[in-house]
Design a protein around this ligand. Structure first.
Ligand code: UT7
Length: 324
C-alpha cells in the first residue's frame, strides 16, 4: 500500500495587514474598547491579514494551490483529487474545491470540500491520505482556505480580534517512502454550542445568527485536553515517541494554548512552529500556512517527523503524523 508523501507546499495571505493598534483604533471609533496590550497578552496575536471585500475563499485557495504546485514542480493537470477545507465557502454550492479546479484548469479528478472548521485541514489531509493509500488517487491537492473576516461580528471584541484570512496548501503524491504515518480524527457534536456560526440561507433569507459566536474559555480548556490526548494517541498508533517529533505544527488560535500544549507534551518551544502572532487564527488555513512557513524557511527538512494538530468548532480535533 503506497504512502501519501508531501511533495510541495504553498500559502497565500491577503496583502492588507491590520495591526492590533489599527484594529483598536477602528473599534474605538465605534465605542468598543480593546488594546494591543490586551490582545497580545491574552492571545499572542500582533496582526492579521484581512481580505478585501471582493476577495473570495476560492481565490485565496487557488493562489495557495498554485504556490504549492510550483513548489512541488508539477503541473495542475497531474492532480486527480482536490480537497478544500473551509467554513467560509464562496457559495452554498458548488464546492470551493470545484471552483479551485476550474481556476487551475485541471478538470476530471475528484473535487470536494471538507467542513470541520479549524480542524478542517487535518480532516482533509487524513481524507486525502486514505484516498492515496487505497489507490484511488495518485496526486492530491489539500487546501485550507478561509475568509473568516466575512463571518465575524465586528462589534464583538471577544471574537473579532482573534481571526484573520488566508490559505495554505500541500501537494500529496503516492510514494513507496513513508509520508503520512498516522492520523487521528475526533469530534464531540454535543459541544457544538461553544463555537459556532449557527446561521443559514433558506427561502432566500438569512435564517439564524450568521456570525461566529464563541465561549472562549470553554474552547480553551477543551482544546488543551483534546489535543494532548490526540498527540499521545497518534504517536502510539505510529509507534513513535513524542521525543522523536522534530516539529509540532498546531492550530494557531492562541499562543497560550500552544504553550500549554507544548509543556504538557514535553515538546520545547524550539520544536514548535508559531505563526499566530503574524496571521492570527485563520481557521482551516492555519496549519498549512504554518507548515509552509517553517518548510520554506528551512526549519522543517526532509527526514523530519512533524506532528500537525487541528482543533475547533464541531467540536472537532485531530492529529496527523508525517515523515517529511
Ligand atoms: O480555533 C479555535 C477557536 N478559538 C480558540 O481556540 C480560542 C480559545 N479561547 C481563547 O483564546 C481565550 O479564551 C480568549 C482569547 C478568547 C479570551 O481570553 P480569556 O483570558 O479567556 O479572557 P476572558 O474571555 O475571560 O475575558 C477577560 C476580560 C473580560 O472582561 P471582564 O469580564 O473580566 O471585565 C472580557 O470582557 O477581557 C474582556 N475582553 C476584552 N478586553 C479587551 C474580551 N475581549 C476583549 C478585548 N479587548 N478584545
Amino acid at each position: 500500500m503506497p504512502y501519501a508523501k508531501i511533495i510541495g507546499s504553498g500559502g497565500y495571505l491577503p496583502p492588507r495587514i491590520v495591526s492590533n493598534d489599527d484594529l483598536a483604533a477602528d473599534l474605538a471609533s465605534r465605542h468598543i474598547e480593546t488594546s494591543d496590550t490586551w490582545i497580545r497578552e491574552r492571545t499572542g496575536i500582533r496582526q492579521r491579514h484581512i481580505a478585501d471585500a471582493d476577495m473570495t475563499t476560492s481565490q485565496l485557495a487557488t493562489w495557495a494551490a498554485q504556490a504549492a504546485l510550483e513548489n512541488a514542480g508539477i503541473e495542475a493537470a497531474e492532480v486527480d483529487l482536490i480537497i478544500v477545507a473551509t467554513s467560509t465557502p464562496d457559495f452554498v454550492f458548488p464546492s470551493t474545491a470545484c471552483l479551485v479546479q476550474a481556476n487551475l484548469n485541471a478538470p476530471g479528478g475528484a473535487a470536494f470540500d471538507v467542513q470541520a472548521v479549524c480542524s478542517g485541514f487535518v480532516y482533509a489531509l487524513a481524507t486525502a491520505d486514505a484516498f492515496i493509500r487505497a489507490g484511488r488517487s495518485k496526486t492530491a491537492l489539500v487546501i485550507g482556505a478561509e475568509v473568516f473576516s466575512s463571518i465575524l461580528d465586528w462589534s464583538d471584541r471577544g471574537t473579532c480580534v482573534l481571526f484573520g484570512d488566508g490559505a495554505g496548501a500541500v501537494v500529496l503524491r503516492a510514494s513507496e517512502e513513508p509520508g503520512i504515518i498516522a492520523a487521528q480524527l475526533n469530534a464531540d457534536g454535543r459541544q457544538m454550542g461553544i463555537l459556532c456560526a449557527a446561521g443559514n440561507v433558506s427561502h432566500g433569507k438569512v435564517v439564524g445568527d450568521p456570525f461566529l459566536r464563541m465561549d472562549g474559555q470553554a474552547v480553551f480548556k477543551l482544546a488543551v485536553t483534546s489535543l494532548t490526548k490526540s498527540a499521545h494517541d497518534v504517536c502510539d498508533q505510529a509507534g513513535v515517541s513524542l521525543d522523536d517529533v522534530n516539529w509540532l505544527v498546531p492550530h494557531q488560535a492562541n499562543v497560550r494554548i500552544i504553550n500549554f500544549l507544548g509543556r504538557r507534551l514535553g515538546i520545547g518551544d524550539d520544536r514548535v512552529v508559531i505563526t499566530v502572532d503574524q496571521h492570527a487564527n485563520t481557521s482551516a488555513a492555519s496549519v498549512p500556512l504554518a507548515f509552509d512557513v517553517a518548510r520554506r524557511d528551512g526549519r522543517i527538512k526532509a527526514g523530519d517527523t512533524v506532528l500537525m494538530q487541528g482543533v475547533g468548532g464541531g467540536f472537532t480535533w485531530g492529529s496527523i503524523l508525517v515523515k517529511i
